[in-house]
Structure formats: C-alpha cells, structure tokens
Design a protein around this ligand. Structure first.
Ligand code: AMP
Ligand code: DBH
Length: 548
C-alpha cells in the first residue's frame, strides 16, 4: 500500500492523526472497502433505486469495479481530478465508486453550475476529465461540458452517461464503452484524499475541499448512528446528490454504510417526490428550508400519496424558521431533525429523542464528542455561553486547509488549526447551537449561498453599471433574497430586473444567483466615516431595504 500525499493537501498534524486512529475514529477503511463489505454481507439487498433502475449491492459493486477498470483504460488513475456533474440518478453512485476505487478524485459539481462556475473549478483542480449526462430537464449537459473542455487545457476526456439516444459532442465517450470485465484495481490508503467537495459559494476562485476516506467515513458512520439508519432504511436523495448534505448527513453514503437503500428523485417537488416516497417506501430524507415549506404546505393541503413510511426529515443548509420547524413533524408525520453542517467538516444535529424545544429552536450540537467548537468575538476572545460570536471548530473530520489555496487558508484557518466557519452562532448552556447568520458577505437564498462579491463582479462587467452592491433582504419563504443596488453610468443605461438578469445569465452564471430585485440608485449612501467598507455599505443598504 503506497501513499503519496496529494500536493496542495494540508494533512492533520501527525499527532492528531495518530490519536484519531488510536481512538478508532479513523478505521483505515476506504469507500471501496465499504462497498465490497456490504456486497459480501448482503449481495441481494437493494443498494440503489431510481425511476429506471434497481441495483442490488452485488450489482452496484460489480458495476463500479467494471467502470473503474474501463476508466483506467482511458488513462484515469490515482489522484487525477474528474469533474462529476450528474443529476440524481443511480449512475451517480456507480460513477463515484468507480472513481473512488481508482484513487481518482471526483470533484462534486452541481447540476445548476454553468460556465462561470465550472471553468474556475476545472482550472483550480486541473481536472483531467468530466463525467456528465446528456440532456436533463431540457438542458444539454454534454454540450456545456464540451465547451468547458475547450476552455480548460488540462481537460482531456469527456464521458457522458448517455441514454442511448444522445448526440455526443465530437470526441466524447459514452460511458457504456467503459463497462469492462472487472480487473485488477489499486490498493489505496484510507488516509489519502478521496474527493474534492466544493464550498457553497465562491469569490471568483472556487474553494476546493479535500476529504479523505478516513475522515469522511467517520462522519458518515457517526451520522448514520445519530439518524438511526439500519438495513431497512431507505434514504431519498431529494437535494442535488453531489452536495455534502445529501451525500453524508447521513445521506446516500450513510444509507450504504448501514446496508440500507439509496433512492433518487430526479426533482425535489412534492409532485415528483411524494409518489416516489410511496413507491420506494422512503424512511428518511433531507431538505433545505424553502423545500421543507413546499412539502409541508402540500401535505397540509391533504390528498397526497401515502407518506406513512417516512420517519425522519432532516432540515438544514440554512436557518429553519421556528414557525416552519413546528409544522414539519405534524404535516409529514415524521420526527424533525435539524442539521447545521458544512462541506469543510463540522456537522451538528438535533437528536431524535431531544425535547421539542431543542428540536424547534436550535440547530443541534456537534455529532462527535471529539469535535471542538469555540465561539469568539472579533478579537478572538471566547465569549460566554448565550452570547453571539464567530464559530471556530476543529476535529477528526474538519479539514485543516482548502486544496491548493494559500490565500483562502490564511483567511479561514488559524495557526493552531481552527477552521473559522464564518458563521455567527450562540452556544446555549445545554451545548446546542443557535445559528444567527454569516459574518461574511453572503446571501443565503434558501440554502444556496451566493457571494455578494462574486455577483457584484458580474454586474460591474455590465457596460451600463458604474457600481453595484448586493445585499440579502429578508424573505418569508427563502430566508433571504438577492437585492442588487446598481448605480448606472448615465441616464441612458437601461437597467431593469429583466435586463440585468439577462446580462448575468449570458455570462453563464448559475440560475440560483440571479438577483430577485434590482434597485437603481443615483449614489450610494455615505456614512460620513470617510472610507467605508463594502461590508458596512451592504449593511446600510440592507437596513434601508428592510424599511422600504
Ligand atoms: P457550504 O459552504 O455549502 O458547505 O455551506 C455551509 C454553510 O451553510 C454553513 O457554514 C452555514 O452558514 C450554512 N448552514 C448550513 N446549515 C445551516 C443551518 N441549519 N442553519 C443555518 N445555516 C446553515
Ligand atoms: O449547507 C451545508 O453545507 C450542509 C448542511 C447540512 C452540509 O454540508 C451538511 C449538512 O453536511
């Protein structure tokens, strides 16, 4: 078993790593080992279902070995980065396990990502290949990937999960070409990086999050225990499955770890998801607050498919309003579990037997007794319980640095290894956290994080825009909506919601980042302190917008 540390990866200090191993938190098991063990134990049990497929553990194991062997023939191997952009379908699981088994690193892109996200992601990861699908919900993913390939020199291969009918771009491969007879695969080290996850937003240069088999499987096991998953659990991947929440909290990997079933819904609406809950006997799923509201409203209206198999619904990604939290359990006939997590590591849960007050009003507590959290003021001094402050954390599954990004590391990690989450929280005396909001300049639009700075950059590229400031304004459904304040270059600049959105869309930006409203201003307010930081300016505008 050879181990070459991935350049650009910041490992845990040796003493911490040794301790995590001695404590049995890091077990040395890889993702491939885990799947092989389940396939040996319960070969006939159903591992993955979607609207077209139903694969047993033996079948998933064989498929992923076969695909790994085929992709190796293409030249994909250890430490090669591979962008994966797939909707929620069974092949997602086959593809990621094939890459895990090769020691290649999937880079988890979301279906909503477009040029403006994918080019920097492919560039920063120096990706060698893209694995995507053909058309999905009327959008041509293969064409998007082809255009990315033409812009990023490192991208050699384009592989498409086709549906047999797709017109592939020139030089692209259909994944069916790589379903070889399973062959010899490398022996991997569980301490190695297994994949690159993406941080929720980006300020131009995306932040890539390296996670190892050891650290991630610890978080998956612990999550599966806390969410009480077993072999009879059916986890519905409702949110885009590449996101850290449906991947691991407890997510598809938690379900597989427990020997349960992963079910996929191609879209998260009640119209699509509810019949699938009945059909697959779904027991647990995870939702962001706006989606939870949609589900609750639909269920409260009555006359739904039979949802009685559903036992637990996790809500997280953004703060769940108490009024909504109170309705989830009764409307859906489930236990609500709040989850506050981040792809960088730390995940907090309310527990299934917590008192109602904790489940409704808090975002839970760290999943492991080995997680360390502290809440500090702007000078870095710890604040007493019950006081708002910045959340710092470290532990057995929280990274010590972003991938190959010294600048972001200097900003987000302290010299002694704490990750500064950017979240303002209050730690209750009972150990549960209440999340107040973000310290940085982010709009959290129903769980989708949008960097104010990034979106402002796009608006500033508009020839009619002199200056632009993005603020989050309160929204009863989404939590926050995106308000763009724009200062035109002259009276002729036609800046309306429609023209601004069309301009941003043309720049190839994900749809969730489109401004919800545009306010044209002659001048930006000045506070009289002379030089005013954009952060303060955003605050002034946000306060004004709330009064209006
Ligand atoms: P990401 O960078 O996409 O992994 O997003 C992680 C961030 O999402 C956290 O740092 C929080 O700001 C936010 N978040 C996740 N879950 C919750 C929650 N339950 N309540 C409030 N904010 C949350
Ligand atoms: O928002 C998140 O990133 C998130 C939310 C809930 C997450 O990464 C998680 C659980 O693991």
């Amino acid at each position: 078993m050879s181990s070459t540390v991935l350049p650009g990866f910041t490992p845990w200090p040796a003493a911490d790593a040794q301790r995590y191993r001695e404590l049995g938190l890091w077990t040395g098991e890889t993702f491939g080992d885990m799947l092989a063990a389940r396939a040996a134990a319960t070969p006939e049990a159903i591992a993955v279902v979607d609207t077209a497929n139903s694969w047993s553990y033996a079948e998933l194991d064989r498929r992923s070995r076969s695909l790994a062997t085929g992709l190796a023939r293409l030249g994909i191997g250890r430490q090669d980065r591979v962008l994966v952009q797939l909707p929620n379908r069974a092949e997602f699981v086959e593809v990621i396990f094939a890459l895990f088994r090769l020691g290649a690193l999937p880079v988890f892109c979301l279906p909503a990502h477009r040029q403006a996200e994918l080019v920097p992601i492919a560039t920063a990861s120096a990706a060698k290949a893209v694995i995507t699908c053909g058309k999905h919900q009327l959008f041509d993913y293969a064409a998007l990937a082809d255009s990315i390939r033409q812009q990023v020199a490192s991208l050699e291969h384009l592989v498409v999960v086709g549906d047999g009918d797709a017109d592939l771009p020139a030089g692209a491969h259909d994944i069916a070409e790589f379903r070889d007879e399973p062959g010899e695969l490398p022996v991997l080290n569980a301490g190695d990086v297994a994949f690159l996850q993406l941080s929720g937003g980006s300020t131009g240069i995306p932040k890539l999050i390296p996670r190892t088999h050891d650290d991630y499987l610890f978080s998956v096991r612990r999550s599966a225990e806390i969410c009480e998953l077993g072999s009879d659990s059916v986890y519905l991947a409702t949110l885009p499955v590449a996101h850290n929440f449906p991947m691991s909290s407890p997510g598809i990997l938690g379900a597989l770890w427990a020997g349960g079933t992963v079910a996929m819904t191609p879209d998260p609406t009640p119209a699509t998801a509810f019949p699938l809950i009945e059909k697959f006997g779904v027991t647990i799923t995870g939702l962001v607050p706006p989606l939870a509201r949609l589900w609750v409203e639909r269920a409260e209206a009555g006359n739904t498919p039979d949802l009685s198999s559903l036992r637990v619904v996790l809500v997280g990604g953004a703060r769940c309003p108490e009024e909504l939290a109170e309705r989830v359990g009764p409307a859906l006939g489930v236990t609500l579990q709040q989850v506050f997590g981040m792809a960088e590591g730390l995940v907090c849960y309310t527990r299934l037997d917590d008192p109602t007050d904790v489940v409704i009003a808090t975002q839970g507590r760290p999943m492991s007794e080995y997680d360390r959290v502290k809440v500090v003021d702007d000078q870095g001094v710890e604040v007493p319980p019950g006081t708002d402050g910045n959340l710092l954390t470290q532990g057995p599954y929280t990274i010590r640095g972003y991938y190959d990004n010294a600048e972001a590391n200097a900003r987000s990690f302290t010299a002694d290894g704490w990750y500064s989450t950017g979240d303002i929280v209050s730690l209750r005396p009972d150990g549960n956290l209440e999340v107040r909001g973000r310290a940085g300049d982010w709009v959290n639009r129903g769980g989708e994080k949008v960097s104010a700075e990034e979106l402002e950059g796009h608006l500033l590229a508009h020839p009619g825009v002199r200056d632009a400031v993005i603020v989050g304004t309160p929204d009863p459904v989404l939590g926050q909506r995106i308000c763009a304040f724009v200062q035109p270059v002259d009276a002729d600049a036609k800046l309306t919601l429609m023209t601004v959105r069309a301009f941003v869309r043309e720049r190839g930006v994900a749809a969730w980042k489109m401004p919800d409203s545009v306010v044209v201003v002659e001048n930006f307010p000045e506070t009289g302190v002379g030089k005013i930081s954009r952060k303060e300016l955003r605050q002034v505008l946000a306060e004004g917008a709330q009064r209006n």
